[in-house]
Write a protein that binds this ligand. Structure first.
Ligand SMILES: *[C@@H]1O[C@H](CO)[C@@H](O)[C@H](O)[C@H]1NC(C)=O
Ligand SMILES: *[C@@H]1O[C@H](CO)[C@@H](O)[C@H](O)[C@H]1NC(C)=O
Ligand SMILES: *[C@@H]1O[C@H](CO)[C@@H](O)[C@H](O)[C@H]1NC(C)=O
Ligand SMILES: *[C@@H]1O[C@H](CO)[C@@H](O)[C@H](O)[C@H]1NC(C)=O
Ligand SMILES: *[C@@H]1O[C@H](CO)[C@@H](O)[C@H](O)[C@H]1NC(C)=O
Ligand SMILES: *[C@@H]1O[C@H](CO)[C@@H](O)[C@H](O)[C@H]1NC(C)=O
Ligand SMILES: *[C@@H]1O[C@H](CO)[C@@H](O)[C@H](O)[C@H]1NC(C)=O
Ligand SMILES: *[C@@H]1O[C@H](CO)[C@@H](O)[C@H](O)[C@H]1NC(C)=O
Ligand SMILES: *[C@@H]1O[C@H](CO)[C@@H](O)[C@H](O)[C@H]1NC(C)=O
Ligand SMILES: *[C@@H]1O[C@H](CO)[C@@H](O)[C@H](O)[C@H]1NC(C)=O
Ligand SMILES: *[C@@H]1O[C@H](CO)[C@@H](O)[C@H](O)[C@H]1NC(C)=O
Length: 652
């Protein structure tokens, strides 16, 4: 008997949750943030079948349009999926959601197109978490329910979830849900887990059901795994599995209360899949859930062991009656997997399994513009109530920096804002003091607004400011001495014309010159920035797979790094990176260094920072136990991420 290859499972089955019974035994939504995107009324409601409290997305985003999906699509799905927020304007639109940094969250973005725009054109667009690509969203069917899920530990007290238009259709979103996972399970050494599939095994067709909260306390979606060829036997129980929450994953009892078992006891249950063709080194984290749900006689036993690619993966075990045993590897499994669950020789009963979760490893660089600049520009945005599409990180990804901003991308530090153009933005009031915190700014254009009050002296304290355009406003008073001085020394070009209330009252018609300087300087600054980025990252554009893993233990002697089949000692790493000389960027868990292997192959090496070494400690604790833990340290695909980043940095 064979389970189906996972690839063949139809996800179309999976959106309908309407069959779930209303059970409010426990109503703990304390770690939940449930956002109904596009809901027009600013009110919350309780979804009827799940009891989940949803709120409108108006407090989390200030762009986009509210739309409703087709009537028949509404009939299939729960209320949060009846409408969307769509983003016909702007390349990138972001939600900002407050979280607690360091906590583990399940983050789920859901999409039901439902022909909300009456165009019947199925879009494809990109989903970003902060400045990193999370996934692409490809709508293949008007009524299809698409669900992107991540288990992620945010570094900061907020996350940005961004919808990015890459030219293949208008992005939209139906719902955004965050569930704080109050558990130590789902741990990787480094990186986050993107859901590949989560299956409830052993349901009996045709009465297949999907489950979520309140059946699952963390609101994980469980989809039925159908025995299309009728090749297995199913087991079920009406008793509660894990009534005392004994298993740390806490899979839903209803999921664990059904299981599949082989018809012929000597034929194993097989579970296998191939990785995507263009990502054959995808790393999988697999969680198999087993519970004995038959009350066995004293002369009966169900002992089973698991192989992967024919090699022992888990030695013989028996799940306890009505208790879940979860079998998983503490390190990622690269490439295609082929598990067999096999009856032990002395077992009287065939093998069985109740549920399985498969995730892929995703590493986010989590780079960000310098915090001081982010705060300053955010204050400017709120002071002037700017309605431009200013969302997400101001400077990153490169192609998506905020309109009117130019940034520098230093090799060894976070991006900085170097130019701010707020001309013709309808600004009123005085010049915001927050601008004084844009410490690296070179060009400031506030022309063509209704700004009033005096020209502040703090502008003369900005060391790099060399172009200041204040023309066509309503400033009063006179130019501060500091600015007069800098202008006189030729350090700063200032345009003040058409400020009728200013002492130095000039008319713009005679001063055309300054105007043309600004765009030229701006353009030159932009070009040299790009060239800089190009010089740094050019090397990575030759696509070459690298798998590197390293930690920076206090005692570096035993640290290993693996490149395909090659291992490096810590001292070799120092040599490769020339004593960690060149920093490429700072990511979530540590710093990424540039290096050469064999003096020719350029590589990016990520070192875990000691302060963020939760994953590291975890590793040391786990290295000696665990299920078939590979002998090397955390393995991750740094280069691919950097490639993506470099790609973005290089594109115009
Ligand atoms: C879309 O999916 C539904 C099931 O989710 C299916 O019934 C329908 O035939 C599909 N439509 C197309 C055009 O594939
Ligand atoms: C929307 O609701 C939130 C929370 O209920 C509230 O803080 C906010 O003031 C409301 N906004 C408007 C425009 O009513
Ligand atoms: C998020 O947190 C920031 C800073 O703590 C606060 O100013 C803001 O109001 C919060 N936003 C929401 C929607 O709660
Ligand atoms: C947008 O991204 C998707 C997914 O990566 C891709 O299939 C599509 O071709 C891209 N569109 C354009 C215009 O590049
Ligand atoms: C989360 O953990 C805290 C402390 O360990 C506990 O009090 C709380 O009940 C837990 N919440 C859930 C939903 O498990
Ligand atoms: C176990 O014992 C019962 C009687 O108590 C018997 O009917 C059954 O066949 C036995 N099963 C096995 C596997 O020996
Ligand atoms: C999976 O492994 C089993 C034995 O370990 C083998 O018989 C089977 O052909 C493999 N399946 C695939 C698809 O590789
Ligand atoms: C089955 O054999 C294993 C060793 O292969 C042994 O540990 C276990 O106790 C045996 N179980 C039964 C029920 O005899
Ligand atoms: C960058 O943005 C432009 C539109 O401004 C788009 O045409 C181009 O494809 C984008 N490049 C990448 C790599 O996303
Ligand atoms: C300044 O304000 C006036 C009246 O509010 C308005 O008519 C004018 O267009 C504004 N000028 C600019 C440049 O925004
Ligand atoms: C500034 O010049 C304009 C004409 O160019 C004039 O109408 C206005 O009164 C002058 N303002 C001051 C304060 O001198």
């Amino acid at each position: 008997m064979m389970l189906l290859p996972l690839k063949q499972i139809l996800f179309a089955l999976l959106g309908g949750f309407s069959l779930i019974l209303l059970v409010h035994a426990e109503d703990d939504q304390s770690g939940f943030i449930s956002i109904d995107c596009g809901r027009t009324q600013n009110s919350s409601y309780t979804e009827k079948t799940t009891g989940i409290n949803y709120i409108s997305d108006t407090g989390f985003i200030d762009t986009g349009e509210s739309k409703l999906v087709l009537r028949y699509v509404k009939d299939i799905y729960q209320q949060p999926y009846w409408g969307v927020r769509s983003f016909p304007e702007g390349i990138r639109n972001c939600y900002k959601i407050n979280v607690t940094s360091g906590d583990k969250y399940l983050i789920r973005a859901s999409f039901v197109y439902g022909n909300y725009d009456s165009k019947d054109e199925l879009p494809t667009f990109l989903l970003h978490l902060g400045t990193d690509l999370w996934d692409s969203v490809k709508v293949e069917n008007v009524s299809l329910f698409i669900n992107k899920e991540l288990i992620h530990v945010p570094l900061r007290n907020y996350i940005h979830v961004c919808l990015v238009n890459n030219g293949s259709g208008v992005p939209f979103i139906s719902a955004l849900e965050l569930r704080r996972l109050n558990i130590t399970s789902y741990q990787t050494q480094i990186g986050s887990l993107a859901l590949n599939r989560r299956l409830d095994i052993g349901q009996i067709a045709p009465d297949l059901k999907s489950y979520r909260y309140p059946k699952d306390i963390y609101d994980r979606f469980w989809y039925p795994y159908e025995d299309v060829d009728n090749q297995w036997l199913t087991l079920d129980t009406s008793f509660t599995v894990d009534f005392d929450k004994h298993n740390s994953f806490q899979p839903a009892s209803i999921v664990m209360s059904t299981a599949a078992t082989s018809q012929n006891p000597n034929v194993p249950l097989n579970l296998w899949w191939d990785p995507p063709i263009d990502a054959d080194d995808t790393e999988y984290y697999v969680y198999m859930h087993f519970a004995e749900i038959e009350q066995l006689q004293s002369n009966e036993s169900r002992m089973q062991y698991i192989t992967n690619h024919g090699e022992l993966y888990r030695k013989s075990f028996a799940a306890s009656y009505l208790y879940t045993t979860t079998i998983y590897s503490r390190t990622g499994l690269r490439g295609g997997q082929n598990f067999s669950i096999i009856k032990d020789d002395n077992s009287t009963l065939p093998p069985s399994i109740n549920g399985v979760e498969v995730y892929t490893l995703k590493e986010f660089l989590e780079l960000e513009t310098k915090q001081e600049d982010v705060e300053a520009i955010t204050n400017v945005k709120s002071t002037y109530e700017i309605t431009k599409n200013w969302q997400g990180d101001p400077c990153l990804p490169l192609n998506y920096s905020w309109e009117g901003l130019k940034c520098s991308y230093p090799e060894d530090d976070s991006p900085r804002i170097i130019s701010l153009d707020l001309s013709m933005s309808g600004l009123t009031g005085e010049i915001s003091h927050s601008i004084s915190n844009l410490a690296m700014i070179q060009t400031l254009d506030l022309s063509n607004n209704n700004l009033t009050g005096p020209i502040p002296d703090f502008l003369s304290q900005l060391p790099d400011l060399n172009v200041l355009n204040l023309e066509k406003n309503k400033f009063t008073g006179s130019l501060p001495l500091g600015l007069v001085e800098r202008r006189k020394n030729g350090l700063l070009s200032i345009s003040l014309c058409d400020n009728p209330n200013l002492a130095a009252n000039e008319s713009c018609t005679t001063k055309k010159k300054n105007k043309s300087i600004i765009p030229i300087i701006g353009a030159i600054a932009g070009i040299s920035t790009l060239m800089l980025a190009g010089a740094v990252f050019f090397c990575f554009c030759k696509k070459k797979r690298l798998h590197a893993a390293i930690d920076s233990k206090p005692n570096p002697g035993s640290v290993e790094l693996e490149q395909k089949n090659r291992k490096f000692t810590y001292s070799e790493i120092l040599k490769i990176t020339n004593n960690r000389q060149r920093v490429l960027g700072k990511g979530g868990f540590g710093t990424v260094y540039h290096g050469y292997i064999d003096d020719k192959t350029q590589v990016a090496v990520k070192l875990l920072s000691p302060s963020s070494s939760q994953g590291l400690q975890q590793f040391h604790a786990e290295a000696n136990e665990g299920v078939k833990a590979p002998s090397t340290l955390a393995q991750f695909r740094k280069e691919l991420d950097l490639l993506q980043w470099a790609h973005r940095m290089l594109s115009p």
